[in-house]
Design a protein around this ligand. Structure first.
Ligand code: NAP
Ligand code: HSE
Length: 428
């Protein structure tokens, strides 16, 4: 007797949902060989059942816009949530778990902002709540932290976690595209969130970092406490100046432990061109993990897009189909304790700073004095020829706290030295 198929309800039939249906169809025989049973999509939830679809509905599947038809169907084993948003998927996943269904999701916003209760409920019911696709697309970082690196004390996590931002920065840097054109391309390629401000303002990367911190440390760094800065307003001038110093600008999400406290942030950051992270281009993502036993580990792969993301969803689905024991958080406790947080103002790094100044004698001395008054010393300086908005003065500093940098720039503003707001990015 062949084993019973795994019966799936698919919520969301957009970029990732469509990709999942394609992979399920194309790899059907391989799936049988691997798990000895079929995976059948029985219901598909969308907002608009009349919208034309790029991918055909799986054979025998019913298209609906009523979420209850998925959660309440006793013949469904697993809900795959690929809708996006927070409230609607939260309600649907809650209902599915209540009714004893496993859940697979790619929804980092939901899990980061309102996921703890879902993990508790899944644990109480002995159900899987799997989310490999929610962080860094195709890269298997969730399982890596939960399983392969489980015996390590994780010392740091540094990643490029947003494919859209990386695509935009790469296109601006190598093809000379402007920000808006590059964003439009990322949207057309299916990389961006339905609300792309989540990508370009750094929130999507921060959601993913919150999940990685839970997996690595078993601790909660609340999303609302995370310092987040995205790439909106990135000036090509800074990409070019950074290059002159030998750096690339990347949207970096990072966390490390310092004196028993967790430091974390998402911020455009200068990465030296010799680092692997500097070479991560287009929609690719990467994560560098430092563990006390493993040393440094670097994972690289496509961070967004239909098939790469579907690949991660498939891994989770096959694990459910195999009946793998739920290990949703990677820790015995399902509720992570709140992390002791190193205040963001105290986090130290080297900085790239660009200020636009009046081309007058002594201005470099005055800027240097504003920095020196906060204990910041300059390591390298370049001064460019004048522009309409003043003369760009660009420098790299030695290590300074975020507070010292903010105070120094505010001194420069108060002294009337700047013609436009300063740009300051940390250096990795
Ligand atoms: P998408 O292309 O916008 O597709 C969303 C799908 O969900 C659409 O089919 C939409 O229906 C349906 N939907 C949305 N809200 C709904 C609601 N309230 N009720 C019923 N159906 C609803 O989104 P996506 O890019 O595939 O992303 C889906 C999820 O995967 C998101 O959580 C996203 O963050 C995550 N993710 C995406 C990527 C990526 O590369 N795109 C990568 C990793 C993770 P209609 O088609 O009728 O509008
Ligand atoms: N919008 C997300 C990104 C999709 O660009 O990385 C993958 O999570």
């Amino acid at each position: 007797m062949p084993a019973k198929p795994l019966r799936v309800a698919l919520a969301g039939f957009g970029t990732v949902g469509g990709g999942l249906v394609r992979v399920l169809q194309e790899n059907q025989e391989l799936i049988r060989q691997r798990i000895g049973r079929d995976i059948e999509v029985r219901k598909v939830l969308v907002r608009d059942v009349h919208k034309p679809r790029a991918v055909a509905l799986p054979e025998g599947a019913v298209l609906t816009s009523n979420p209850d038809e998925l959660a309440d169907d006793p013949d469904i084993d697993v809900l795959v949530e690929l809708m996006g948003g927070i409230d609607a998927p939260h309600a649907l996943i809650t209902r599915a778990l209540e009714r004893g269904k496993h859940v697979v999701t790619a929804n980092k916003a939901l899990l980061a902002e309102n996921g703890i209760g879902l993990f508790q409920m899944a644990a109480e019911k002995g159900l899987s709540l799997r989310y490999e696709a929610s962080v860094a697309g195709a890269i298997p970082i969730v399982e890596t932290l939960k399983k392969s690196l489980a015996g390590n004390r994780i010392e740091s996590l540094v990643g490029i976690l947003n494919g859209t931002s990386n695509y935009i920065l790469s296109a601006m840097s190598s093809e000379g595209l402007d920000f808006d054109t590059a964003l439009k391309q990322a949207q057309e390629l299916g990389y961006a969130e339905a609300d792309p401000t989540l990508d370009i303002d750094g929130h999507d990367a921060a959601h993913k970092l919150v999940l990685l911190i839970r997996l690595a440390y078993g601790q909660e760094y609340p999303y609302t406490a995370m310092p987040i800065r995205g790439i909106r307003g990135m000036n090509r001038m800074d990409i070019e100046f950074a290059r002159e110093f030998g750096y690339r600008i990347k949207l970096i999400a990072q966390a490390h432990v310092e004196d028993g406290r967790l430091a974390a942030r998402v911020c455009p950051t200068l990465v030296h061109h010799t680092y692997l992270l500097a070479r991560v281009g287009g929609s690719f993502n990467a994560v560098r993990v430092e563990g006390n036993a493993v040393g440094s580990l670097f994972l690289h792969g496509r961070g967004a897009g239909d098939l790469p993301t579907a690949s991660a969803v498939m891994g989770d689905l096959l694990a459910v189909a195999r009946g793998e024991r739920p290990d949703n958080t990677g820790f015995v406790a399902q509720t992570p304790e709140r992390a002791a947080i190193l205040p963001p103002e105290e986090v130290r790094s080297r900085y790239y700073v660009r200020v636009m100044v009046h081309d007058t004698p002594g201005v470099l001395r005055d800027i240097a004095a504003a920095m020196a008054d906060e204990g910041i010393s300059m390591a390298q300086v370049i001064q460019k020829t004048g522009e309409r908005e003043g003369v760009p003065l660009v420098f790299m500093t030695h290590e300074a706290s975020a507070r010292a940098m903010r105070n120094a720039l505010s001194r420069a503003v108060k002294a009337g030295l700047l013609t436009t707001p300063a740009v300051a990015y940390p250096v990795l």
